[in-house]
Design a protein. Structure first.
Ligand code: 13P
Length: 238
């Protein structure tokens, strides 16, 4: 199972360092069979630790160049980073990033062998139209994306469940992940208000291979609590 923490625009360089040290200390002792990824803001990028992979929340699809405000391969290489999150809904819907642009970034980082956590998710108005509309919307977000890329991790994050405190219903998550599994053989994470209350039922779903966590990942205790809740021997399969 994969546990990924997306800090978004939270934490500083100093607090990220402290977070990683504390989490690494816990993971070293508890030896969970989980892959752990942390995505701090660009100013706090740093090398990962023995048990934690540090990745970028986004990056431009070029080595370096005239792209004001962006970071690219050169900046990531300085910290030996080879994991990048692409297509997060906040970039699609707030920043206005197009599918074409995201696909360009995907192609670039695929070319450079990066692990890519690729995010998709439908807005509420699409969910209200029914599951067929959801499936169609999600598959369109894979335009130009190589689903067979061996370092691909997909994250399904319904826009209406992000940062709202209300996750999708377990049945909705199950149905959507089953649909994605038809064509995606790589891990598929769920994201959107994952917290201690719902982690067990989400993690128990057959086609959920992990979680991408925002708010509940910001404190080490909280993120660790999610892992502890589904550690072997803890998981509730009902
Ligand atoms: P929340 O866990 O705060 O809902 O955020 C989810 C998310 O967008 C992770 O990428």
């Amino acid at each position: 199972m994969i546990f990924a923490a997306n800090f978004k625009m939270n934490h500083t360089r100093a607090s990220t360092r402290e977070y990683l040290e504390r989490l690494e200390g816990i993971l070293r002792v508890e030896e969970y069979p989980f892959k752990v990824l942390v995505f701090p803001p660009a100013t706090a990028l740093c090398e990962g630790t023995d048990h934690i992979t540090v990745g970028a929340q986004d990056a431009w699809g070029a080595e370096h160049g005239a792209y004001t405000g962006e970071i690219g391969l050169q900046q990531l290489r300085e910290f030996a980073i080879d994991t990048v999150l692409l297509g997060h809904s906040e970039r699609r819907h707030i920043v206005g990033e197009s599918q074409e642009r995201i696909a360009e970034k995907f192609a670039f980082y695929r070319e450079h062998g990066f692990e890519i956590v690729y995010c998709v998710g439908e807005p509420l108005e699409v969910r209200k139209e029914g599951f067929e509309a959801v499936a169609e919307y999600l598959w369109e977000q894979f335009d130009g994306i190589d689903l067979d890329y061996e370092r691909l991790i997909v994250a399904y994050e319904p826009v209406w469940a992000i940062g709202t405190g209300v996750a999708a219903e377990t049945e909705q998550i199950a149905q959507t992940h089953d649909e994605l599994r038809r064509r995606i053989k790589r891990p598929v994470l769920y994201g959107g208000s994952v917290k201690l209350d719902n982690i067990r039922s989400i993690a128990a779903l057959e086609n959920v291979d992990g979680v991408l966590v925002g708010s509940a990942s910001l404190e080490v205790e909280s993120f660790h609590g999610l892992m502890a809740a589904v550690a072997p021997g803890q998981i509730d399969m009902d």
